[in-house]
Ligand binder design. Structure first.
Ligand code: ATP
Ligand code: MG
Length: 360
């Protein structure tokens, strides 16, 4: 049996959609772009094409945010997506890259241990020692390859890279040139080149960005979903998609359960009930759509194998408690307080109240 890749790149998974968009896109395409900016927007927001092809919604939320992001890729600035964890920064970066360049594989993962070489170019040391600096000994970074081919390169978690190393990008982004003094030449970026970086601004171990580097970016802050309905929609879609990849019949999630989990997330995040009438202690945990998706997916797998394929509150809630515990041992106390002051009074939340009482 052929081995299956767990998570193919966006351009592979959505190859049909991209192909259909390319065929029906009659608007002018910027140099080296696979699609026109308007078609990239359709790829992101979803829609139905003239031939009936359905384009799935990749991003729910402000259309303006996406327009801003797409327009930035055509400007002289790079794009920086920031925001709290789980607000689809990586997701949007990957899909935009897939739609614009048709290839989202040029990727650098930012870490504290990264070196300037990994952002610019390095050397094959055996070849370097044997023959000195040469084209054959040069190892281009994904940034350099994107410059040469006019593609988008992604840089994940930019602010996990120490500030002085981040600054290696300044010349690349402002001059669109990468000097290689050892070979007495430079790489000039080809039209179509740009960079999408992501950074979350709330984790521990984050480095500042220099003002000089910041100026080379348009910074787009990714918001949390504006409404309950939108957040439910995001979670619903992604959870269904993840089930499809797993190919086992997971238990049904009732619309009500989905709504309850998202309500709990929103109320704990906002520090008040949805109707705004009652204040509660808010949680420091990042209760994002991504967290809800992962909790539900896990709960369904658990229920499939160990709870007769029935999904109930006591399968979902351990994930929530864990998410709180990740932040701080005392955080579950916030949930306990919420359970006693809010959920206890809600007649249609009895199973959630009981399950939480037992679990906490
Ligand atoms: N507005 C949204 N529209 C569509 N999907 C969303 C939205 N918000 C969150 N998601 C979903 O959340 C999941 C995770 O998002 P992603 O990993 O991109 O978050 P992130 O912002 O990069 O987080 P981190 O800071 O932890 O890296 C994705 O599966 C995505 O489908
Ligand atoms: Mg991310």
């Amino acid at each position: 049996m052929a081995l299956e890749i767990i998570r193919p790149f966006a351009e592979e998974q959505y190859a049909n959609e991209i192909q259909a968009l390319i065929q029906q896109d009659h608007l002018p395409k910027p140099r080296n772009w696979k699609l026109s900016p308007a078609a990239v927007l359709v790829y992101m927001t979803g829609g139905k094409l003239a031939d009936g092809t359905v384009i799935s919604t990749k991003y729910y939320g402000s259309r303006r945010t996406l327009e801003l992001a797409i327009a930035t890729l055509l400007s002289d600035r790079a794009l920086l997506l920031t925001g709290i964890p789980g607000t689809a920064k990586t997701w949007v970066a990957e899909h935009l890259t897939a739609a614009v360049s048709g290839d989202s594989s040029l990727l650098i993962q930012g870490t504290t241990g990264i070196s300037e070489d990994q952002l610019r170019y390095g050397w094959n040391y055996a070849a370097l020692l044997a023959g000195g600096p040469s084209e054959q000994a040069l190892v281009p970074s994904p940034v350099m390859r994107a410059m040469e081919s006019g593609q988008i390169v992604r840089l994940e978690e930019l602010t996990r890279i120490p500030t002085e190393i981040q600054d290696a990008l300044i010349t690349v982004l402002s001059e669109k040139t990468l000097p290689i003094p050892e070979l007495n030449r430079q790489v000039h970026a080809v039209q179509g080149f740009n960079l999408i970086a992501t950074a979350n601004d709330q984790d521990k171990g984050i480095y500042e960005m220099s003002a000089a580097l910041k100026r080379r970016f348009n910074i787009v802050v990714m918001p949390l979903p504006a409404t309950l309905e939108e957040e439910v929609q995001i979670v619903q879609n992604r959870v269904t998609e993840m089930e499809r990849m797993l190919e086992i019949p997971l238990p049904e999630i009732k619309a009500r359960q989905m709504e309850q989990l998202v309500t709990l997330f929103r109320e704990l995040r906002d520090g008040k009930t949805l109707d705004g009438k009652q204040k509660i202690r808010s949680s420091k945990a990042h209760l994002s759509p991504a967290e809800a998706i992962s909790i539900l997916h896990h709960a369904r797998i658990h229920s499939h194998y160990f709870n007769k394929n029935q999904l109930s509150a006591d399968q979902i809630l351990p994930g929530v408690i864990n998410a709180l515990r990740h932040i701080d041992e005392d955080e579950p106390a916030v949930l306990q307080e919420y359970n006693e002051t809010i959920l206890k009074k809600r007649s249609d939340w009895k199973d959630w109240y009981q399950a939480l009482k037992e679990l906490l």
